[in-house]
Design a protein around this ligand. Structure first.
Ligand code: SF4
Ligand code: SF4
Length: 463
């Protein structure tokens, strides 16, 4: 199978490529071969690379003859005469942070993941079988390395985002009781767990009236890290802010921008000003008490990032972006929520990830290491997507009736993996475009060796 999304680079122009590792050079080569309208002007030195490795890499990869007259830049701020910067996804986090600090938003994140042929996948399946089914490494890996579980404390939500399938859900919406939450945390700690995420696939954790009590309890019981994603509407509540600053380690706040009209168009409720007010107070209080919580703006963009960052409503937040107190995680590529969300739901520059020919022979990573505890204690594989209901063929047990350690990689879980390898996929996975093949350490390098041509796809584009 051959897929190339280089065609999605939206315009001709002059580009710089971030970094000088293998991935950056691959990306530059692909642009050169496939997009003659784009001139690669140069490479930007990544702080991870030192000059010796750069030189070696340039010689080894014959970068000099191939890229005649390209320049190597050490400081992004010195860049002149370019239309955009291409960032390979592998170095996206540090690159995006670095650029946000300097108010540079003309970039494109590129995922140069490799595509796999069917024959290569069949070979891969042999390895999968021996790793996951015969040697039982999946369970060992999950409990020793992953040590994280998603706990849905609420499936209620106070927003109606256009790109979310919440309105298609037929499930009852409710919060998790405190006794059940305590039971989940206790059992998870007994399995060597150390991190819980409170982000449900639909719902907002702050809507749960027991949120403050639950995060404090989890911390006191010994959970090292609490993560969550929220729309931030209830950050206007002081008690919630205080609990977040004291007990939460990482918080992602999802929003399109602070412009009231755009907020209500995309998030379906008139709460843009309330989110801005709550977030600003949170950042001021974070600064005052030196709270360690990492706050990220998960921007669901309908307009280019530089436009959103220039909004008047954004101006009070820019100083926090520059100091790194507020991180940015912009997104314009949406998935299809197992077939529920379509192009018609996209607004502005948002677009849908298209994976029509996706081969799904290897189980999705979320089947292997992202189980969720639903608010009534049912355990479901995949904490991210569903098709109309969470109570489907991904349910593997009930923590009220069986210990968690027996449910994860228990009989039903293994049956699902085995069926997947045999070609029988769970219902929500069949059409899902969020699918990611699961690769474990050690196996990943074998996988890389057997896969073919580098292709890629664009995650986000900002100009
Ligand atoms: S994306 Fe999150 S905030 Fe938006 S409607 Fe869905 S669950 Fe609610
Ligand atoms: S394919 Fe989609 S629904 Fe299935 S486990 Fe992966 S993310 Fe979840």
């Amino acid at each position: 199978m051959k897929v190339s999304n280089f065609d999605l680079i939206p315009k001709e122009g002059k580009a710089f490529v971030y970094g000088l590792g293998k991935e950056s050079i691959n990306v530059a080569r692909e642009i050169k071969n496939k997009r003659r309208d784009i001139t690669v002007k140069g490479f930007i030195k990544d702080e991870m690379s030192n000059s010796k490795t750069i030189l070696r890499s340039m010689i080894k990869n014959a970068i000099i003859p191939e890229f005649n007259n390209v320049k190597l830049w050490k400081n992004i701020e010195d860049l002149q005469d370019y239309d955009f910067i291409v960032i390979p996804y592998c170095c996206s986090l540090r690159a995006v942070q670095k650029m946000s600090k300097r108010n540079i938003y003309k970039y494109l994140l590129f995922d140069n993941k490799k595509e796999v042929t069917r024959k290569q996948m069949i070979n891969a399946n042999k390895n999968i079988k021996s790793y996951f089914l015969e040697r039982d490494l999946g369970k060992k890996y999950y409990f020793e390395k992953s040590r994280s579980i998603r706990t849905f404390i609420s499936t209620r939500c106070n927003a109606k985002c256009v790109f979310c399938a919440a309105s298609s859900s037929v499930d009852a919406k409710f919060n998790m009781g405190i006794e059940l939450f305590e039971n989940v945390v206790r059992q998870f700690l007994q399995c060597n767990g150390c991190e819980i995420s409170l982000s449900p696939n639909i719902g907002d954790p702050l809507v749960d009236k027991g949120f403050c009590e639950k995060v404090e309890l989890a911390k006191n019981m010994g959970i090292k890290s609490i993560k969550m994603s929220t729309n931030g509407i209830l950050l206007a509540n002081e008690k919630i802010r205080q609990a977040t600053l004291r007990f939460v380690s990482k918080m992602n706040i999802s929003l399109p921008s602070f412009q009231p009209k755009e907020y209500s168009e995309i998030f379906g409720v008139e709460k843009g000003e309330q989110v801005a007010e709550g977030l600003l107070k949170l950042l001021q209080e974070k600064e005052q008490i030196n709270s360690k919580v990492i706050v990220t703006l998960g921007l669901r963009l309908a307009r280019p990032l530089n436009e959103v960052m220039s909004d008047e409503e954004m101006s009070p937040f820019l100083k926090y972006v520059k100091t790194g107190m507020l991180r940015l995680n912009p997104l314009i590529e949406m998935d299809n929520w197992s077939g529920t969300i379509s192009d018609a739901n996209m607004i502005g520059i948002m677009y849908q990830r298209k994976e029509e020919n996706l081969i799904k022979d290897v189980p999705c990573t979320r089947i292997m290491k992202q189980p969720a505890v639903l608010p009534d204690g049912m355990i479901r594989l995949c904490a991210c997507r569903y098709y109309r209901s969470n109570y489907d063929d991904l349910i593997v047990g009930d923590i009220n009736e069986e210990p968690l350690k027996n449910i994860i990689f228990g009989k039903r879980h293994k049956e699902i993996i085995k069926n997947w390898i045999g070609g029988d996929l769970p219902v929500p996975c069949r059409q899902c475009t969020l699918y990611e093949p699961y690769l474990i350490a050690g196996w990943a390098s074998k996988y890389r060796k057997i896969i073919g041509k580098t292709t890629g796809r664009i995650f986000h584009y900002f100009s």
